[in-house]
Design a protein around this ligand. Structure first.
Ligand code: MG
Length: 203
């Protein structure tokens, strides 16, 4: 499996980082060693002093496909989940200044905690899904998928133009506003609607 991720998909998050929207999604990947499953703890790495949380809705690819037309894209994912795109903002800033890739800032060990996946049929409208992140019980991020610049079906179609999508691939679909730094000892909890889906302790 591969982990694909979309950057700059919520306008207010683009603004909070003083980025610009490029009119196309920003795409990056994380290696499979980034995955944390079953509420595993995240160990704060020594190479960064500014790791940020970014809560994101996840799609799981259910069958192989390439050059998928947007109108057929819904057939290629049957389950959704929630995850955290941990980002070493200090490393990312350095990479951005030099025009270098984001892999070190985004792909390090444990940078992708993911929840269980649930059938998308459990939700009435995937393009109107509330999701949120709490840090030690205080809500820090909340978003709604209606605010995405690039909708799920477009993302699938776009990615599959460049990469053959395979069963089991996970897609991080972008974070809403409110990103912030994590500290050792904090516990992050992610929700889809009112459903607690994911917990991650920072050690
Ligand atoms: Mg992100």
């Amino acid at each position: 499996m591969r982990i694909f991720a979309i950057g700059r998909n919520y306008a207010e998050h683009i603004r909070e980082l003083n980025n610009e929207s490029l009119g196309e999604p920003v795409i990056f990947m994380k290696p499979d060693t980034a995955l944390l499953k079953n509420d595993e703890a995240f160990y704060y790495p020594e190479f960064s002093k500014d790791i940020h949380f970014e809560v994101e809705i996840l799609l799981k690819i259910s069958q192989e496909g390439k050059y998928i037309q947007e109108k057929f894209a819904h057939k290629y994912y049957q389950e959704v989940g929630i995850g955290i795109d941990f980002t070493a903002r200090d490393l990312q800033q350095k990479a951005k200044e030099k025009g270098l890739p984001w892999l070190l800032a985004k792909g390090f060990n444990g940078s992708a905690p993911v929840s269980e996946f649930v059938p998308k049929s459990q939700f009435t409208d995937l393009n109107n899904l509330n999701f949120s992140l709490e840090v030690d019980g205080t809500q820090r991020q909340n978003g709604n998928t209606s605010l995405m610049l690039f909708k799920f079906d477009f993302i699938i179609s776009y990615l599959s133009t460049y990469f053959t999508l395979k069963k089991g691939d996970i897609i991080f679909t972008g974070t809403p506003k409110g990103v912030g730094a994590i500290q050792k000892g904090e516990t992050l909890t992610a929700y889809i609607e009112d459903r607690k889906m994911l917990t991650c302790e920072v050690k």
